[in-house]
Design a protein around this ligand. Structure first.
Ligand code: SF4
Ligand code: SF4
Ligand code: FES
Length: 317
């Protein structure tokens, strides 16, 4: 079948600008995008740089963006993406610096993983005997342990796009792997650390990491679970927790979101610098006519919404 690939090129040694290069070639019906890229490199253009190893979606080294979304190219068949030989755009992973063409620098990725201390931390350095974890606790961790560190989730994370200090989905999923492991004795310390700025509360719940992960790790769901665990451990002095609480209170009270109060309570009434920052945001919103009402209106049927919120809250208790 015919394949047309529009590949992003970038060679810092010869040309500092990024550009797209179109390649047309014949491939087998069963070819993956990686097969086509390798064929390009071997037969058409030996200067094309890409990274791969296992060719079997195990090693995690062939993450790239295909038509705007991160994928393992060794797992993605051309016929599924472009059955009629349509043009397929291939770019390096996002949110990471490009070294050359389709190869990104994974150092920032690994630094984040290191940040969450990705190893078991038991209290006793000398174990007294074998620790037998329950089947249930290990089965619960199977999906998250399937992570192959491919970086697809990091590539498409919308929070990382605007804040590179965010620990990010892959490292946070890795953190959960140890937080939820009964053999680890530092879960509370881990949660305390992850509850700070750049941690679990910085996720915007955009769902991108869940959608692109080729191994079903569902990083966002792990992050949400760690938020709950952190609250259960009593770590409540965060803008994220205040935001969540204020959101529920506001909807429970009037059936609507009181955006002005939500902003104030999230920042915290005693956070002077935060309030000054917020005042500037408020001024900008005022100038653009986007300032939320100071006194929100009640929604129609607000009593019903209140009942729903109360029922959910009671169910948690
Ligand atoms: S859900 Fe959160 S962690 Fe996942 S991609 Fe979106 S912002 Fe990033
Ligand atoms: S969580 Fe999924 S997408 Fe992210 S690094 Fe692991 S396997 Fe890749
Ligand atoms: S080459 Fe190993 S995962 Fe694709």
């Amino acid at each position: 079948m015919k394949a047309v690939l529009d590949v992003k090129r970038f060679d810092p040694e010869n040309n500092s600008k990024e550009y797209f290069q179109k390649y047309e070639l014949e491939v087998e019906e069963s070819s993956t995008i990686l097969d086509a890229l390798i064929k390009i490199r071997e037969d058409l253009d030996g200067t094309l740089a890409l990274r791969c190893s296992c060719r079997a979606s195990i090693c995690g080294s062939c993450g790239m963006r295909v038509n705007g979304s991160a994928k393992l190219v060794c797992k993605t068949r051309l016929v599924d993406i472009a059955p009629e030989g349509e043009k397929v755009q291939v770019e390096p992973l996002g949110n990471m610096p490009i070294i050359k063409d389709l190869v990104v620098d994974m150092n920032p990725f690994w630094n984040k993983v290191q940040q969450v201390r990705p190893f078991m931390m038991p209290n006793n350095t000398e174990p007294e005997g074998e620790y037998i974890a329950s089947n249930e606790s290990m089965t619960h961790l199977v999906d998250v342990m399937n992570c192959i560190m491919c970086g697809a989730c990091v590539s498409d994370c919308t929070a990382l796009e605007v804040d590179e200090s965010f620990i990010g989905p892959a490292a946070l999923a890795k953190a959960y792997r140890f937080v939820a492991d009964p053999r680890d004795d530092k879960s509370k310390d881990r949660l305390k650390y992850l509850n700070k700025n750049s941690g679990v509360w910085d996720c915007t719940r955009c769902y991108a990491c869940v959608e692109v992960c080729p191994k079903g790790v569902a990083p966002m769901e792990r992050i949400m679970k760690m938020r709950d665990l952190a609250i259960e451990e009593g770590f409540k002095n965060t803008s994220g927790y205040r935001h969540t609480k204020s959101f529920v209170n506001s909807v429970g009270k009037s059936g609507r979101l009181d955006e002005a109060r939500l902003a104030l309570t999230s920042v915290g009434f005693f956070n002077v610098f935060g309030l000054i920052d917020l005042a500037f945001v408020g001024l900008k919103a005022l100038v653009k006519g986007k300032l939320p009402p100071i006194l929100p209106h009640k929604a129609r049927e607000s009593e019903n919404i209140k009942k729903i919120v109360n029922k959910i809250e009671r169910g948690k208790g």
